[in-house]
Design a protein. Sequence first.
Length: 85
Amino acid sequence: MSDHVTDWETKTLPVPEAGRRYFGLGRNASYAAAKRGEIPTIQIGRLLRASVVALERKLEEAGQTAAVKRLDPISRGGPTRRRSA
């Protein structure tokens, strides 16, 4: 196998494999997540592949968002109640 094909295969994964590796999803749940845009995909003809770079970026951004929410005192504890005047 040439380096070019190996390089391409490491940058994309079949949708069910990406769902299983990154989120522990089954085949149907992986395709459903891809349809909702939760698994970033690239479609070439009938071939649907998940972008490893985009998946890892999305997970990194989600981790940063979660960290900000934990540090933000306003978002901690959920919504606040309004007091009656």
